[in-house]
Design a protein around this ligand. Structure first.
Ligand code: SF4
Ligand code: SF4
Length: 435
């Protein structure tokens, strides 16, 4: 009875703390600019099933993709076994589903054990790639310190959790009243010679270690890059459905330009009064609250895998820009803003902004808007949309763009072309070159 009570307290505390953190993250995401992304539901479900559930983009890098799929399957499927552990903990039973499922129970647990071995193997491979092989994309400046430690911690925690799961079954494999399963049975020799009392103690320690570890890990997730395992699902559902490369047009600017180009428009007419909600409060984005809520969800969904930065031409040629770093800094800023709100402070009271205090003009100016980062992301994150919005603010409100860009804007405005020559001349030249 005491064990059940302790379990209940731990379970309620673990789930309650997790729910509280999730609601603060949801509040943070809602700080973003509103945007309707509920169109084309069939396409969105398809996108989510293909990319998040089916891991559709992971296998573009076969080695990392294969081992990632192993960890993912292990994480999802072995958690089904956690349901039994939770019910056992609450009801004071042991292997509640065993009598219900009969011989099929051994098949399921054997399959989970096989997955656990797969997860262990994948974790060892990933630890090797990060710490021994030292793959370049895991040793970029934005990953130094906490992000690097975080990635290692996740892998180590998964090794411990899977180890506890297997050890629990190995201890049982040596008990005459139980017997083992697919993997635990042949591994039973590891605890050969241990007394029955010792086996019971090992089984209980592993059982408690496994479930307490899972509850602790659940609460660690929202502070870690591993949060993507949950966020990948909504993030792919709400991802862009427009063709890749299409940069959203600002409606207010489109209207103004259409009016300028309309030959029937009265050039002396005073501008129409903006209707409610029509005038943008800001051109582009200076802080996280100016970005779309989807960009903020992107920031929480980033796995910090670096696939985007490894294909970024600016990053590859030694520029300061890294799309992964753009996502990490956006998340850092959003977390800082959220923390200030939790402390009862006013929005923006710290006098800081995403642009300038977290992301520098130098990083933004290095972007070629090539879309390679968007294309590479395995969870359909769009780092370019944040870069574009920050650059819009730089150019349209703050006038902080480089001088070369200013003369290009003037040329487009005056000549209809980015050069000093009118577009008509260029078209004439193109025509004459045909002859
Ligand atoms: S769009 Fe910009 S950030 Fe993304 S890969 Fe191209 S240059 Fe890099
Ligand atoms: S934005 Fe996508 S590709 Fe880039 S680090 Fe994050 S998850 Fe990986």
């Amino acid at each position: 009875m005491i064990a059940q009570l302790v379990f209940l307290i731990l379970f309620v505390a673990g789930v309650g703390l997790f729910a509280r953190k999730i609601s603060s993250i949801a509040r943070n995401i809602r700080l973003g600019r509103s945007e309707d992304r509920t169109d084309q539901p069939a396409r969105r479900w398809n996108q989510m099933i293909r990319v998040a559930l089916g891991q559709g983009k992971m296998l573009s890098r076969p080695v990392a993709g294969f081992f990632h799929v192993l960890i993912y399957l292990g994480f999802i499927l072995i958690n089904l076994e956690v349901l039994e552990i939770v019910l056992d903990g609450l009801l004071g039973t042991h292997r509640l589903f065993k009598p219900m499922l009969g011989s099929f129970y051994a098949v399921i647990i054997g399959f989970f054990e096989l997955l656990a071995v797969g997860v262990l193997l994948a974790c060892v491979v990933f630890l090797w790639r990060r710490n021994v092989q030292r793959l370049e994309r895991f040793h970029k400046p934005e990953l130094s310190g906490w992000p690097f430690l975080d990635a290692n911690l996740i892998l180590i925690i998964e090794v411990v959790l899977m180890g506890a799961f297997l050890m629990m079954n190995i201890a049982e494999a040596n008990m005459p009243e139980h017997g083992g399963y697919l993997i635990s049975k042949p591994l039973g020799f590891l605890l050969e010679g241990v007394s029955e009392g010792g086996l019971h103690t090992i089984e209980r320690v592993a059982w408690w270690g496994h479930i307490v570890g899972i509850l602790a890990f659940l609460n660690y997730l929202p502070y870690s890059k591993h949060f993507h395992i949950l966020m990948a699902f909504p993030n792919t559902w709400y991802a862009d459905t427009v063709p890749s490369g299409q940069i959203p047009v600002m409606e207010s600017v489109r209207k103004e330009v259409s009016l300028m180009l309309d030959p029937n428009a009265d050039p002396f007419a005073s501008p129409a009064e903006p209707t409610h909600g029509e005038q943008p409060s800001r051109f582009g984005a200076r802080d996280v609250t100016d970005l779309s809520w989807k960009s903020l969800m992107d920031a929480y969904s980033c796995t910090e895998c670096g696939r985007c930065s490894s294909v970024c031409p600016a990053n590859m040629t030694g520029k300061k820009l890294s799309p992964r770093s753009i996502m990490m800094k956006t998340r850092d800023r959003l977390e800082d803003v959220g923390r200030a709100l939790d402390e009862g402070k006013e929005l923006g009271s710290d006098g800081k902004f995403l642009l300038g205090d977290y992301i520098t003009a130098e990083e933004l100016q290095a972007c070629t808007t090539c879309q390679a980062c968007v294309d590479a992301c395995p969870v359909l994150i769009n780092p370019l949309s944040i870069i574009t919005e920050l650059r819009r603010y730089q150019s349209m409100e703050a006038g902080l763009q480089p001088n070369e860009w200013k003369s290009m804007y003037t040329n487009i405005e005056n000549n209809g072309a980015p050069w000093q020559f009118p577009a008509a001349d260029r078209l004439g030249w193109a025509e004459s070159s045909k002859n």
